[in-house]
Design a protein around this ligand. Sequence first.
Ligand code: SF4
Length: 708
Amino acid sequence: MTQCAMLSPREGKAAVATHCPYCALQCGMRVRGGDSPEVWGDEGFPVNRGQLCIKGYTSAAALGHPDRLVMPLVRGADGKLHAASWDEALGFVCRRLSAIRQERGADAVGVFGSGALTNEKAYLLGKLARVALGTSNIDYNGRYCMSSAAAACNQALGVDRGLPFPLEDICRAEVVLLAGANVAETMPPLMRYFEAQRSRGGHLIVVDPRRSKTAEAATHHLCVVPGSDGALAHGLLHVLVRDGLVDAEYIEKRTEGFERVRALVAGYWPERVERITGVPEAQLVEVAHLLGRARSVMVLTGRGPEQQAQGVAQTLAYINLALAVGAVGRPFSGYGCLTGQGNGQGGREHGQKADQLPGYRRIDDPAARRHLAQVWGIPESSLPGPGRSAYEMLSSLGRPDGISALLVFGSNLVVSSPDASAIEERLRALDLLVVADFFLSETAKLAHVVLPSAQWAEEDGTLTNLEGRVILRQKAVSPPPGVKTDLEILCALAAGLGHGERFAYRGAEDVFDELRRATAGGVADYSGITWERLRAERGIFWPCPSPGHPGTPRLFTETFPTPNGRARFSAVAHAGPAEEPDEAYPLYLTTGRMMPHYQSGTQTRRIEKLLALAPEATVQMHPSVARAHALEDGDEVTLSTRRGSARFRVQLSAAIREDTLFVPFHWGGEHSANLLTHPALDPQSRMPEFKVCAVRLEAPSHREEGHT
Ligand code: SF4
């Protein structure tokens, strides 16, 4: 396959232009192969202009890591994993899958994907599930990440593209309201856009229960009670309506449903909102006036308001705000959500969701089913219907009417699922668990078969970053001998299940060409994008419906893709979290990320430089809370919720609310934040409530002894 090999001015050596393995910013990087591959930022890629965060800079360390899996592993009669050949491992998997399908039906097999998979992998995983396995049960870990924002965007704006504008537009927004995203830690190169916005005199308003690094860089910090975003957004809109600062002309011409929202927010007067959210009335009014008087306003959300059992409602409340000030579709303005995982955007477009077919088509849409059946060369009647969403699928594992066999690609479910000990128990109840990964993750350790797969720089593929920009991540080094790419594994499984002829590809580009046909005419239309164009143009924004089409950096400038072309206001009352602090569990617990680590930490917990920065799981707490529990900085403490207990090292900080504890979710075992989190699901997106639950601090044993 042709690669874009070029001389780097920095190193003067041949290097491949590719992209970071981690987050949705998908920073451009150059990789020079060899015994110890080197990585540096690509100054020619517009998103990061040469900047990388510490995770990107150290990403090459995972490639030749001694923990790499280089042979398939199969669990033997002694209960241990043993090295096996590919023929043995794949033969065993296919025989077991066929037997389980025959005994219990196709839906007894589940497939679990990831927002880290390339577009080609996500597409082929969906095709494997629907065509070769015939199961309706496929979903992915993006259900844990983006599903609330996706549902809200589809409902309000008619389409889900995280940012409907390029990042460069942030620089020229007069006011940006950023809710529940600590980008200074999670996506540091993104901060240059906010810094440029501030340097032009712009206001940056950050909503967060912690004075995070991002909040420190803001002009305003709204230090909300966890789980209260909906009330905050309604309160801001209350003030805008009360003080005549909504854009009546825009509302009249481009939206529908405002009157119901006006009636709803009348009940969110500032004193009441202060009681719910903890945000002082004067600050609420000041921020509302900034939003109402600016010529260009952006409202951006992250996982803070979204990863809650009210995630869709809270995101809709923020979209209401953006619509009310006439921001959506205007220059340097709008609503957007900051996608987290590397291919969180593309991963939710191409058919690895329970209710979806490629191109962001619905699986229950007859026209979409006809189109895909024709592309895949199968009768429409053989296409399964909608299946279980991620957490519901996991909850059914090993149950008589549930899933008996699960294939996992690119996910570490034991660490990333809420109420993690319950999920581990369900995984252990399976007749067959197959995990494809490049390290022996906590989930792979439970598998019957582990398939060693290639990493990002060892294979070609496309991803779609948080702006909706499709990019080509190029292969820079060869995978270790004995390792296959996920695409090779998926095709081998399909062949072993008797569907080889429908999975005969010449490589990833060939898969992409089929994906283009599959998405043609869909919401996320990639049919005009080719790998050749991606190499030349360094990214194309979808929709791109024909080869001559320039792509679509900005959506909604004229109309919305809704039946009547109008955006929809949504009147949803604020309901609060599923579990509030009480006498037994008196504090809020919130979870999130820290700079050196990524998601479940499978890669980053193995990289020395990152571990040196954050060697263990910590709990951030206010000094007053520590004093009340006789705790000191560095003590080890147990946190307990109604789901379980986990241990963390105390980190004192006056930057967090006194009623809230924060723990990162990058660790497994007894340090897993998800032993504590609440599995309540949003009724629409099925997103679990990762961001808020009630927690109790257990004093360390030596201090308890001291007190008695
Ligand atoms: Fe990689 Fe994200 Fe860091 Fe960029 S910000 S280097 S994409 S982890």
